[in-house]
Design a protein around this ligand. Structure first.
Ligand SMILES: [Zn+2]
Length: 167
């Protein structure tokens, strides 16, 4: 099992290899595949969001959540370690920066975990996989890339455009 924290872009080890190229921003699909979950292949004529599909996504979401929680533990551990370092005044600034960065990363993780919980609730209610805006199927592949998606690609794109225009 790999315990690599691939969500910490600020982590730079001075011991060589910093040329990781495309690894810097792994997609969720890659992440999920690395957890040993294969893309879902629906059977012929299989209903969208069949029981099997819902279980597939429940599994994905649970594995993802578990990985995030484990990553979170690591962050807490790091923070403790940092706090124990006796720092002189000049180090204090970088220490605080590091704290802030870590805490922000943790905040993002917490939000993501909340979204994952919401998605699991949707599975329980049988509402998972449909766009909350227009009601169409979000699609298996899109959900595998982003299991917490609640909008279809069209509504998502629209929402992003609106956001860019400053509402
Ligand atoms: Zn939609």
């Amino acid at each position: 099992m790999s315990t690599e924290a691939n969500s910490s872009p600020t982590k730079k080890k001075s011991s060589g290899k910093t040329t990781q190229g495309s690894v810097s921003n792994p997609t969720t699909t890659q992440t999920l595949l690395s957890y040993g979950v294969n893309p879902y292949e629906p059977k012929k004529g299989e209903e969208y969001m069949s029981k099997a599909q819902l279980e597939h996504f429940r599994k994905l979401l649970n594995i993802w959540k578990k990985a995030l929680l484990e990553g979170g533990d690591e962050t807490i551990h790091d923070l403790k370690e940092l706090a124990e370092v006796p720092a002189d005044v000049s180090d204090q600034a970088t220490l605080e920066e590091t704290f802030a960065l870590r805490l922000r990363a943790r905040d993002r993780e917490h939000k993501l975990i909340n979204k994952i919980d919401e998605s699991i609730k949707l599975i329980d209610n049988g509402e998972y996989g449909f766009c909350e805006e227009c009601g169409i199927e979000i699609g298996i592949r899109r959900l595998e890339a982003r299991p917490t998606a609640t909008l279809c690609i069209d509504c998502k794109t629209l929402a992003e455009v609106r956001e860019k225009q400053g509402r």
